[in-house]
Design a protein around this ligand. Structure first.
Ligand code: UDP
Length: 194
């Protein structure tokens, strides 16, 4: 089936390729989309923190990011098709941005890290439109910053504040946006900046 519950978290049961196609359709239609890539650590945290679990329940896609999730689904005889990592999805989304000239905003990591990562990604995906970027050492409820990001009219908003803050930020501020696919990627910008 399309949704498989693992430790009471409803995961999307699809392949990465199909998911990326679905995401592209939603972006091209300006449909707001909230993606959470959930690893076992996030699942455990959500089950211990009801307010974070509520945040996850509002996601359009909860993606199985971790072999532990796949193994648990197999033990329950409801095997998820494949592991989909936030890092891989980030690159596939930027590939879409490159193909369709989508506007992308990066929020998170240290100033020197995000600067370097933005540079590298702009070089790797030259047709992606960099709508802007900002470091992640902010207060989650900074409404002014959120308004400035919304004003940049991004099609894709990548948050890298670590969980649970990156998902809290999306839930708090996405009502301000008219469109956009929102996804948290944890420490991915650190990996890209090297
Ligand atoms: N970070 C941030 N603001 C903060 C705390 C952390 O932007 O207030 C960034 C940090 O620089 C790093 C990422 O968030 O790039 C956290 O990465 P981690 O691998 O710890 O992610 P997690 O596994 O916690 O989601």
């Amino acid at each position: 089936q399309r949704i498989v519950d693992v430790l009471s978290i409803p995961f999307i049961n699809t392949t990465k390729d199909q998911l990326v196609k679905d995401m592209n359709q939603r972006i091209s239609r300006n449909e707001k989309t909230f993606v959470v890539t959930a690893n076992p650590e996030i699942v455990e945290y959500a089950n211990a923190h009801p307010e974070y679990k509520d945040i996850l329940m509002n996601a359009d896609y909860i993606v199985p990011d971790g072999i532990g999730i796949i193994m648990a689904s197999k033990l329950m005889k409801q095997p998820l098709l494949e592991r989909i990592t936030g890092f891989d999805l980030l690159h596939d989304l930027l590939e879409l941005a490159d193909q369709h000239a989508y506007r992308v905003y990066f929020l998170g990591a240290e100033q020197n890290v995000i600067e370097k990562a933005a540079d590298i990604l702009q070089r790797d995906y030259p047709n992606m439109i960099l709508a802007g970027y900002h470091h992640g050492y902010i207060s989650v409820d900074d409404a002014e910053l959120a308004a400035s990001i919304a004003a940049a009219e991004p099609d894709i908003i990548i948050t890298a504040l670590g969980f649970p803050r990156q998902e809290e930020w999306v839930t708090l501020h996405n009502p301000l946006f008219e469109k956009g696919l929102f996804m948290g990627v944890g420490g991915s910008f650190d990996v890209i900046a090297g």
